[in-house]
Design a protein around this ligand. Structure first.
Ligand code: F0G
Length: 391
């Protein structure tokens, strides 16, 4: 069953529907009497948690089961007790979007849809393209022209999506996609589609399964605000099913130039979209997060917070995570570490608690950002002499 988060109206799961008639966001209601307690720390993959996932079909590329690292070096440097990274870049197309797409594209097949569409800053389009290739259906992706990382664009192209660049940003693209899905009968797989979040909530299941306990805090980047909502839903389901007895705080990080939620939160005022979002972290270059109401609830209910970080802080954190821990993530993903560092400096978080940072996408998706900011030395003659000179 689907339920509106605003007015509570319910709809069956077998109709194509993205919003309530009142305009509110929908969420899938899971029968928690039927879920299985499989949290034994073993054989972790997304589909291990199938009793929580509301589809029967399974279009899969073996998503999930991503590594959870203890940041031994960084926790010492930052004088914190317990820091972890859940590295979602290790998914089949290199981002957490695969969790949403294995469920979303499976749902498309169950509904008998043979065309799917999304707006994207890059990762969603790469993932949708891959899963629809696997399913043998057509995919259309609308991306902001010139503002999508090279690797992501290459992925969408090679997996065979119809890639349409638009003159505008993600928010403009999403508006067109919503209209197109309505008029053209194409199934929309942006994160307003509640089935996407049903896949992404498994990040919460894996964190608990891998750690064996619930961390005090989960920190992650926020763009269209689907993932923070999904992970919170996952933890709440574990709690309501009686598998855990406490919940983490959800801490969402936005890039300063695209931070409508963090601004509203910090200034304690109504949410207002940002007209011209801008940041080096193109994945989260979003001014009007479609899921903002779900995200706001997640932060409020969990006792968490929303913060923003500058592009400079993001790039510094990206370098730090790679050079101290061997984990290369794209800029948007590094905002979770940048946020942790900023909150620590502002004494807004407790160094003795446990923190899981979600790094959402692989660093190789956006190599330009590294290369453009680094000057290689001149080439040397192929001799030991010349090499010694450089040393
Ligand atoms: N990190 C990365 C690497 C992303 O690609 C995204 C979103 C986010 C974080 C934010 O997640 O939107 O659920 O709050 N990327 C979308 C896309 C918008 O089109 O790939 P969110």
């Amino acid at each position: 069953m689907l339920r509106c988060i605003e007015c509570g109206r319910e709809y069956p799961e077998d109709e194509v529907r993205y919003r309530c008639d009142c305009g509110g966001l929908l969420e899938v209601v899971i029968d928690l009497d039927k879920v299985e307690n499989v949290f034994d720390g073993k054989n972790i993959t997304l589909w291990k948690y199938k009793s929580f996932i509301p589809v029967e079909k399974r279009v899969s590329l073996n998503e999930g089961g991503t590594p959870l690292y203890r940041l031994e070096n960084l926790q010492k440097e930052l004088e914190m007790r317990e820091l972890y990274v859940k590295n979602e870049g290790a998914n089949p197309t290199g981002s957490f979007k695969d969790r949403g797409m294995t469920v979303g594209v499976s749902k498309a097949l169950e509904l008998g849809m043979d065309k799917v569409i999304c707006a994207s800053t890059g990762n969603t389009s790469a993932s949708l393209a891959a899963y629809s290739a696997k399913a043998g259906i057509r995919s259309y992706v609308l991306v902001p022209s010139g503002k999508i990382a090279l690797g992501k664009l290459a992925q969408a192209i090679v997996y065979g999506a119809k890639v349409v660049p638009i003159r505008g940003n993600f928010d403009d693209a999403l508006r067109v996609v919503v209209e197109a899905s309505r008029e053209l009968g194409v199934y929309m797989l942006n994160s307003i589609n509640p089935f996407r979040l049903e896949g992404q909530k498994t990040i919460a299941f894996e964190v608990f399964d891998q750690l064996g306990f619930v961390p005090n805090n989960v920190i992650l980047p926020v763009g269209n605000a689907g993932n923070i909502s999904a992970i919170w839903k996952g933890f709440k389901e574990l709690y309501e099913a009686g598998f855990i007895d406490k919940l983490p705080r959800m801490i969402g990080i936005q890039a300063e130039g695209a931070s409508p939620l963090a601004k509203a939160w910090k200034e304690r005022r109504e949410f207002k979209p940002e007209e011209k979002p801008e940041t080096v972290a193109t994945a989260i270059r979003i001014g009007n997060p479609a899921n903002w109401k779900k995200a706001w609830k997640a932060v409020e209910e969990s006792g968490g917070s929303l913060e923003s970080v500058s592009d400079e802080e993001i790039l510094k954190a990206q370098k730090l995570l790679a050079s101290k821990e061997g984990i290369f993530v794209e800029p948007a993903s590094a905002s979770s570490l940048a946020g942790l560092i900023k909150l620590k400096e502002l004494s807004l978080i407790e160094p003795d608690e446990s923190y899981v940072l979600i790094t959402t996408g692989h660093g190789l998706k956006d190599p330009n950002i590294i290369i453009e900011n680094f000057k290689l030395p001149e080439p040397i003659e192929p001799s030991l002499e010349a090499f010694k000179e450089v040393l």
